[in-house]
Every structure is written in structure tokens, then in C-alpha cells.
Design a protein around this ligand. Structure first.
Ligand code: PMP
Length: 777
């Protein structure tokens, strides 16, 4: 977009007459006209004839100019009751000619000039003028429903379907205005584009492109809609929405001004219910796109005055509209179009504090909620979450939304399969088999049998049953502070729970070994892995009837701890020697987060006997998996059927497959490697400037910061960690704490996290830590 503006032709005014003479044999005087991407001149002959000389951007492709010419001819020949320019051919008979200038080679076209007053300059906008605009747009859209051209199917940043591109620029807006725009973009995100009609549209009926007749029969009626440079194939209703955005500008009653336009449109070319529902949002989205693109373009081309034209009025209109609840114009537009008031409207929308009170009333008090002032999140996109006020937060902690919140490919896979079929695994189904094959293909050869379940807890629960069935033992070894799930057996197997509040202590069938923590634990240095593995060896020897050793491939609840080299290799050898099964809990760590490897256990150079999967596997859809060897699966099949009503249903398989596709197609493992390394470097820089940071650790996008009050004594800075998480939330960045001492900041964002996000995280951490230090902590 910026380059297009930068590549606008810059032909000196005195060259325009030469071009006119050379190509069209016209003797003219020339004056410049405003344009964003092209360069236009008004030409006037001595006899008073007027033309527009259009010199296209060097990036413009000829097919697209051909589309514009064809479209003008198509509409001129149609029943649309407007004036259209005539295309003037060059003396050599070309509709599109070429000139070479200092700014490159440019295509040139000549159109006849149309008289009229720009809509923007008409002060008294009577009902009949606004109605004539509605009719003009409707006639144009109706006619264009029968027009097609391959160049109209293009990816264009002014297409309202692509408003996400503008939304990405919100950070360039003045800080006090960002929330306002975000709130509107959050509404845009809810539009169901599949419910709308599509066609080629003009796409830019702005108040300078709409002409009003100055005299004659068209006096005070719309006489022409100019400039076909933004034509695109998109949702038809966008054409009307864009016009409405400009109709609403500069009036004290913007919604009222829109009504006659919509009513007249509806009479000629009735809108569908879905189009009416999207209309207001799309109109406001256009304003938001304008201010966002202007913020970017004024940076790139500060001297292009055209870019600023609609900026100030757009801001005041947005500020005016933010006072109006969305439902108001939506309902009014429905009534204008003859639809009854919207169905299924919530009788009231509750405030966040009302929701909190109702939650306390209706839900179990053992459920916790994050932050002193809880967040009321209503939508998510990629690595961002949006709250009810429209504020967007950078999500650095939700590892479940692995490929990004609400990834459209995953959402589509789920909804399409849900529409088709959802049953259990007692029928043959292609997706169940395909998904199992795809999962197995990511794992070492030995791990070749899949059981699908619905959560990480269920996966570990099943792994325990399998280990017991195969080993004939009952007892287990676990790592201190670990968490493996919420079921009875998993609580017994999770020191994080059984030793925490409400816990009943370590059960007799469980043996704990210390966390292999090289920062705070008793072993450091290159032999630490072997030294920690020795505890597993001792426990394995001491435990009678050993069934399994459960260990995460990097410790999550333990405080984002990366296992030291050799740890799993030696621990596994000791467990196997005692007849036990080695279970790798990859619930938090799998699916490319490690960056260097798809599975975190691979970084230890081992092959577990059972791997359990959860969280990121379904990007938020409840899904889990247990993958094991053929021998263990055979021991488990002892005659008792394993049935799981939901596990392995076709919708879950479709989701699981979609997640694997996205990781592969968007190269997210590589992203985790590169962005993870970049972010870790930034964190290490913070470590050198902030003494509160005792340790920076992690791998890929599984990272942690351990906060200490004293780097010698390692006194844990838990209060500071809690403050930092709150402060970062206030700054729009979501993090949380972990570790037995609650002093580790965990960082495990969706793995679509970018370098820019890493910069945002680091700079906010840095200034928050400065504030903390200044406050005397
Ligand atoms: N294992 C690990 C390592 C986990 O972190 C969790 C969840 N935090 C589980 C298992 C349990 O997964 P779920 O909540 O999906 O049952």
C-alpha cells in the first residue's frame, strides 16, 4: 500500500499538455487534480472542451485499466441513470497509451470531464439529494451484478473484507484514540461474509467522487459517480456502506442522514437481511480504515495532501458514533428496509461486574479467575484477545490457541464437519484414520498406535491405565511440583495439587523426585542432568511394582524449566531397568513450540513409551491423544473395551488435522524457533539491566523469567511478579506467573507470535520494571 503511494507518478504540470498533444493531438492547458495513487490533470482546450488525463501509478497493471474502461462502457450502455465519461482513444487508436517519465513507465488514459459539484461541497443535503444517491448506487450495483472481469478478483487493501490490514496499523494512531477504533474493528470481525452477496462494485463513492448536478434537470440530484480505480469483486453491500460513511461525515445527525440513502437503495435493489445487519458496521469500518491508512501513508508520503482530506472529519464522526449503541442504527436500518426488529437480541447485556456477581452466584467457588479486575474477553484473533470494551491485548500466555485464536482455517474445518456429521469411533471414518496417520507421522517409528481422548487429563489417565496393564505394577514416580490433570488419579500424581492448598499429601503409590532445576536446585553445571536422573534411579529401585515414570518434556507448573542434557535418557534407562514405562507428558510442550523440534522430548534424544497430548492439539477444541507402542497397546487390549463417547469424533479429527495443516503451511515451528530466539535475546538484555530478573530460560516459544530480590540468596520476588503481571495487563500485554514460589513469569504465546510482538513485550516489560525499581522495589 505504501509503495503504491510512493510510486505515484510525479510528472511536472507543464509536461501534461505535451502528453496531450503527442498522444491525442490536443492543444490544452493543464491543472493538477488530487489522487492517492495516480496523477490526474484537468485539461482544457481553447474551445472550452474539458478532459481528465489519467496517468497511472507505475505499479498499475494494464488489465486493471482495461477493466476500468470496460466497466465505464458497460455502465454507459446500461439503464443506470447517471452520466459517465467517454473514453478518448489516442491518435493511434489506443484506449491505453504509455509514457516514459522520470518516475518510470506509466499508462495514460484520457476521459471526458463531467460537470458537477462534489457532494462534499453541497451544504444543503436535502432528502431528495440523499435519495438520489441511494438510487444511483442501487442502479449501479444492480447493473454490475451482470458484469465480470478477471482483474476485479484482486487482493485490495481498500476492500472492506481486508480491513484486518488497517487494523494492524492501530498502533500508529494516537494512543488515546486506539480503543475507539479497536471497538469498531471488533464488530467488523463478527461479520459473516459467507452470508453476503458478492459482485463487482465501484467501492469508492466518497464525497469527492459523487457529483451533484449544478443546473439543468439534474440540479440538486446525484449526476455521476467518478473514479473506477478502487473497483473490486467483493460483498455488494460494501458499495452502499462506503457511500454511507461519507454521507454521515460533517452532519449533526449522521444516522438520520443515512436513512434516505438506504430507503431509496432498498426500493431499487433490495438488500438482504444479512446485508442490512452488516451495513452499519461496514460503514464505520470504512472510516476506521481511512484513519488507519492515513496514519501509515502520511508517514510514507508526508507531502501528499490528498491523504489528509477526510481525516479530521472522520475522527470527529467516529467520536460521535462511539456514543451510539450499535443496536440503534442496526435496528433503524432494519426498519427502513422493511425487516422487523432484530430477533434473539439479548434482553440486556450485562456489565463485567454484573457478570462477575452472577458467576459467583452460579459457578463453583473453586474456579479461579485471573487478574484483580477480571478481563471480560469477547473475541480473539491470532495472538490477540479483545475485551468487551474493544480493547485488544497481546496474548503472551495462552498456549492452547497454538496457531492463533479463532484461526479461520481451523474454525472452518470444525464448522463444516459439524454441519456434516459428528459420531463416535464405532463407525468407519476417513478423518479418524487420516488424523491418526498424520499424528503418527510426526513421531518416532516406535510410537505407532493412537487413542484419541478429550483432554490432557484424560490422556494421562489413559496412559496410567496402559502403563499399569503393560507393566503389571501400580506405583509411579513423578517430578516435584508437576501437574498432570484434574481426575482422581491425576491429582494423586500431581505434587502441584496434592501438596498445595486442599491437598491430602503424597499418596502411598507415588514417589516424588526433585525438579531438575539448574538455577535454584542443588545441582548445576554439565553433569546436572545425570545428577538429577540419579534421583529417578534411586526411586525406581526403591519402588516395588513400578508402573510408570511421568515427566513433562519441559516443566511447566514447575516454572518453565528446560530439562538438563541427559536427564531423560538416564532417567528412562533406570525406569525401564526397574520394569516401568516412560510417559512423556507433552500436553504443554508439543506441536512445534520447541522450535528446534516438533516434540520437546526430541530435544533430549529419547523415545518415550507413551506420549500424552492435549492443549494445543485442537487449538481450543477439546481434544487429547495418547500415542504408544504396539506392545503396550496390545497389553491394554485385555478384553475390556475402551470406549470414549467423544474421543476421536469426526469434528475433533477435522480440527486436529486443520491444526497440523496450519503448523505446516504457515511454517510455525520455524517461527517458534526464530521468534523464540529473538525474544530470548531481548529477555537476556533485560536481565543485564534489571537486577530483579534472576534467570532467563526456555526454548523456542516456551520461555520463563525467574524474579528474585537478591541474585545471591535467590529470595523469590513473588509479590513483584504478581505486580508485574497486573501492570502488563494494564499496558495491554497478558502474562501470568508460575513455579512453586510463584515468582516465574511464564511466556508461552500462540506460536504465530511475531518479532514485532516480541518488541512490544520487551519494551513494556522494561518500562514496567523501571517503574517497579523507581517505586523502591
Ligand atoms: N498435563 C499438563 C502438563 C498440563 O499442564 C495440564 C493442564 N494444565 C494437563 C496435563 C491436563 O490437561 P487438561 O486441563 O486438558 O485436562
Amino acid at each position: 500500500m505504501t509503495t503504491a503511494v510512493q510510486k505515484a507518478p510525479r510528472i511536472p504540470g507543464d509536461e501534461a499538455p505535451q502528453i496531450a498533444r503527442q498522444l491525442f493531438d490536443l492543444k490544452v492547458s493543464a491543472s493538477p487534480l488530487p489522487s492517492e495513487r495516480d496523477q490526474n490533470f484537468l485539461l482544457q482546450t481553447e474551445r472550452g472542451e474539458q478532459f481528465v488525463l489519467k496517468i497511472a501509478n507505475a505499479e498499475e497493471n494494464k488489465d486493471f485499466l482495461d477493466l476500468q474502461n470496460q466497466l465505464i462502457r458497460f455502465l454507459s450502455a446500461s439503464k443506470v441513470n447517471l452520466e459517465f465519461p467517454r473514453i478518448v482513444s489516442s491518435t493511434s487508436g489506443q484506449d491505453i497509451s504509455t509514457v516514459k517519465t522520470d518516475s518510470g513507465e506509466h499508462f495514460v488514459r484520457l476521459l471526458t470531464w463531467l460537470e458537477g459539484i462534489p457532494f462534499a461541497e453541497v451544504q444543503a443535503r436535502e432528502w431528495k439529494l440523499l435519495s438520489s444517491l441511494g438510487t444511483a448506487l442501487a442502479e449501479t450495483d444492480l447493473a454490475l451484478a451482470g458484469f465480470s472481469h478477471p482483474s476485479a478478483h484482486r487482493f485490495f487493501y481498500w476492500d472492506l473484507r481486508r480491513a484486518g490490514l488497517a487494523r494492524d496499523l492501530v498502533g500508529l494512531l494516537p494512543p488515546h484514540r486506539r480503543a475507539l477504533v479497536e471497538r469498531f474493528f471488533a464488530e467488523w470481525e463478527k461479520i459473516d461474509w459467507t452470508s453476503l452477496r458478492f459482485s463487482v462494485i465501484h467501492n469508492d463513492a466518497n464525497d469527492y467522487n459523487v457529483l451533484v448536478g449544478g443546473d439543468g434537470p439534474r440540479r440538486n440530484y446525484v449526476s455521476a459517480i467518478l473514479d473506477y480505480g478502487d473497483v473490486v469483486h467483493t460483498a455488494t453491500v460494501c458499495n452502499l456502506a462506503i457511500a454511507l460513511a461519507y454521507v454521515m461525515l460533517g452532519t449533526s445527525n449522521p444516522i438520520g442522514a443515512a436513512v434516505p440513502v438506504i430507503a431509496a437503495y432498498q426500493e431499487t435493489f433490495p438488500l438482504t437481511e444479512a446485508e442490512v445487519a452488516a451495513l452499519y458496521t461496514l460503514a464505520v469500518t470504512r472510516l476506521c480504515c481511512s484513519v488507519c491508512f492515513a496514519a501509515k501513508q502520511t508517514r510514507a508520503a508526508p507531502d501528499n495532501e490528498y491523504l489528509n482530506i477526510s481525516n479530521a472529519p472522520a475522527w470527529s464522526l467516529l467520536e460521535q458514533l462511539q456514543e451510539i449503541p450499535f443496536e440503534q442504527p442496526r435496528n433503524l436500518f432494519r426498519l427502513v428496509c422493511g425487516f422487523p426488529r432484530a430477533k434473539n437480541q439479548p434482553t440486556r447485556s450485562r456489565t463485567s461486574s454484573e457478570l462477575l456477581a452472577a458467576r459467583r452466584q452460579n459457578l463453583g467457588p473453586s474456579l479461579s479467575i485471573s487478574y484483580e479486575s477480571p478481563l471480560h474477553i469477547v473475541s480473539g484473533e491470532r495472538q490477540f484477545l479483545v475485551d468487551a470494551s474493544g480493547r485488544r491485548y497481546l496474548d503472551c500466555v495462552n498456549n492452547v490457541a497454538h496457531v492463533g485464536h479463532s484461526h479461520p482455517y481451523v474454525v472452518t474445518a470444525a464448522t463444516e464437519q459439524m454441519r456434516k456429521l459428528n459420531t463416535n469411533t464405532r463407525y468407519l471414518h476417513e478423518l479418524l484414520i487420516e488424523y491418526s496417520e498424520r499424528l503418527i507421522a510426526t513421531l518416532p517409528d516406535e510410537l505407532s498406535v493412537v487413542h484419541l481422548v478429550n483432554s490432557g487429563s484424560e490422556a494421562n489417565e489413559l496412559a496410567l491405565r496402559m502403563a499399569r496393564a503393560h507393566s503389571g505394577g501400580d506405583n509411579c514416580i513423578v517430578v516435584d511440583c508437576s501437574y498432570h490433570g484434574n481426575t482422581n488419579a491425576m491429582i494423586d500424581l500431581s505434587p502441584y495439587k496434592f501438596e498445595g492448598p486442599g491437598g491430602r499429601g503424597c499418596p502411598s503409590w507415588v514417589q516424588k523426585v526433585p525438579m531438575p532445576d539448574v538455577y535454584r536446585g542443588s545441582h548445576q553445571g554439565k553433569d546436572a542432568g545425570s545428577q538429577y536422573a540419579a534421583y529417578v534411579g534411586i526411586a525406581a529401585k526403591q519402588t516395588k511394582n513400578l508402573a510408570a515414570f511421568f515427566c513433562e518434556s519441559a516443566l511447566s507448573c514447575g516454572g518453565q524449566i528446560i530439562l538438563p542434557a541427559d536427564y531423560l535418557r538416564e532417567a528412562y534407562a533406570a525406569v525401564r531397568a526397574a520394569g516401568g514405562i516412560c510417559v512423556a507428558d507433552e500436553v504443554q510442550t508439543g506441536f512445534g513450540r520447541a522450535g528446534s523440534h516438533f516434540w520437546m522430548f526430541e530435544t533430549q534424544g529419547v523415545v518415550p513409551d507413551i506420549v500424552t497430548l492435549g492443549k494445543p492439539i485442537g487449538n481450543g477444541h477439546p481434544l487429547g491423544a495418547v500415542i504408544t507402542t504396539r506392545e503396550i497397546a496390545a497389553s491394554f487390549a485385555n478384553g475390556m473395551e475402551y470406549f470414549n463417547t467423544f474421543g476421536g469424533n469426526p469434528v475433533s479429527c477435522a480440527v486436529g488435522l486443520a491444526v497440523l495443516d496450519v503448523i505446516r503451511d504457515e511454517e510455525l515451528q520455524r517461527n517458534a524457533l526464530e521468534v523464540g530466539a529473538y525474544l530470548k535475546e531481548g529477555l537476556i538484555r533485560l536481565h543485564s539491566s534489571h537486577s530483579l530478573i534472576g534467570d532467563v530460560r526456555g526454548q523456542g516459544l516456551f520461555l520463563g523469567l525467574e524474579l528474585v530480590r537478591d541474585r545471591q540468596t535467590l529470595a523469590p520476588a513473588a509479590r513483584e511478579a504478581a505486580w508485574l503481571v497486573e501492570e502488563m495487563k494494564n499496558r495491554g500485554v497478558l502474562l501470568s506467573t508460575d513455579g512453586p514460589l510463584h515468582n516465574v513469569i511464564k511466556i508461552k504465546p500462540p506460536i504465530v507470535f511475531s518479532r514485532l510482538d516480541a518488541d512490544v513485550l520487551i519494551s513494556n516489560l522494561s518500562s514496567s520494571l523501571n517503574d517497579l525499581a523507581a517505586a523502591g522495589n
